[in-house]
Write a protein that binds this ligand. Structure first.
Ligand code: PGA
Length: 249
């Protein structure tokens, strides 16, 4: 049984005060930890303050990106070690906005995944096809390519320490969610691909999250699918009540 994961990706939203207020309200909503693993990914500037607010609680702190080097002359960048120091235990890698807006290719993403694992951060590795690729029936080819290149040099021991997020690019921030069946088909393909390469035991424990216009209204249908183990939520994770409803699905 894979423990479900609900992760909120706040992107470039929320001040430090807003981030802390969200965390405090989220904690106040539970007497005991909810069933799913709950992860929030505030902007870099709010990480440390949120880490203090959630210390010792059920909430895990996640960064939205890292640089693959340990340290050095990389103006504007943040290393995995710095994220650990700020209180993060996870990091989102390969988000489609990083791929398309910031030119991150599979090779770079692979180096980031390796850096995250070396520093002891749990990567949430994002993959997904564009609308054109889906329309041209290339979804599985694209997903297989992103998996092969992104996971290059990783072992089965590495795979059990990460989560994969399937985020069809056409569904991110557009209000167009993949139907549960559409998403399940790709999730099953991902699990079978992992099983073929790293063995069935590894595939059986891998959390595969769906992302792309997830809301309190559609999460339950998605989570009912056998290979959907959670959600990576953007827009609907910004409002604490909406996020709580998604956690409770
Ligand atoms: P969305 O974003 O929920 O706003 O579509 C998801 C994501 O980008 O991770």
């Amino acid at each position: 049984m894979i423990r479900p994961v609900i992760a909120g990706n706040w992107k470039m939203n929320k001040t430090v005060a807003e981030s802390v207020a969200f965390a405090v309200r989220l904690l106040a909503a539970y007497d005991t930890a909810p069933g799913p693993e709950v992860i929030i990914a505030p902007p870099f500037t709010a990480l440390q303050a949120v880490a203090e607010a959630i210390r010792g609680s059920f909430i895990a702190l996640c960064a939205q990106n890292l640089h693959e080097a340990e340290k050095g002359a990389y103006t504007g960048e943040i290393s995995g070690g710095m994220l650990r120091e700020a209180g993060c235990t996870a990091v989102i890698i390969g988000h489609s906005e990083r791929r398309t807006l910031f030119g991150e290719g599979d090779d770079r993403i692979n180096r980031k995944l390796q850096a995250a694992l070396t520093t002891g951060l749990k990567p949430i590795f994002c993959i997904g096809e564009s609308l054109r690729q889906r329309e041209e029936d290339e979804t599985e080819t694209v997903i297989a390519h992103q998996l092969k290149e992104g996971l290059n040099n990783l072992t089965a021991d590495d795979i059990v320490r990460l989560a994969i997020a399937y985020e069809p690019v056409w569904a991110i921030g557009t209000g167009k969610t993949a139907s549960p069946e559409q998403a399940e088909r790709v999730h099953r393909f991902i699990r079978e691909w992992i099983a073929g390469r790293y063995g069935p035991e590894c595939a059986a424990t891998l959390a595969i999250l769906y992302g792309g216009s997830v809301t309190p209204a559609n999460i339950a249908g998605l989570m009912a699918q056998p290979d959907i183990n959670g959600g990576l939520i953007g827009g609907a994770s910004l409002d604490v009540d909406s996020f709580i409803r998604i956690i409770g699905n």
